[in-house]
Design a protein around this ligand. Structure first.
Ligand SMILES: [Zn+2]
Length: 95
């Protein structure tokens, strides 16, 4: 029997409507993932290890690296690198 789109007997409850029927929240839309463009290590800093390799650094400053190979300039914090990555994804979407 197909799942009912209407509340079970007893009417609306705290579980109604279910999450999958809710419109997306603005915060979720801003965090939309883009296939092939994951920010590596959630914005942890990397440095150019040469020969196309990126290696993790353990200071605060470093480059953000995207899954596609794009890298930021040296930025001071994870938050800066996340901001860079958000802009990078926006550019990819516009392209
Ligand atoms: Zn990318």
């Amino acid at each position: 029997m197909p799942r009912s789109l209407f509340p079970p007997d007893g009417g609306p409850s705290e579980d109604w409507p279910p999450d999958y029927m809710q419109p997306p929240r603005v915060a979720d839309r801003n965090r939309t993932r883009l296939a092939g463009h994951a920010l590596q290590h959630e914005g942890k800093p990397f440095e150019d290890g040469g020969e196309g390799n990126w290696s993790r650094t353990y200071g605060a400053a470093g480059r953000g690296v995207c899954e596609c190979g794009e890298a930021s300039t040296v930025l001071a914090s994870d938050a800066d690198r996340k901001r860079w990555h958000k802009g990078h994804k926006d550019e990819v979407r516009r392209a």
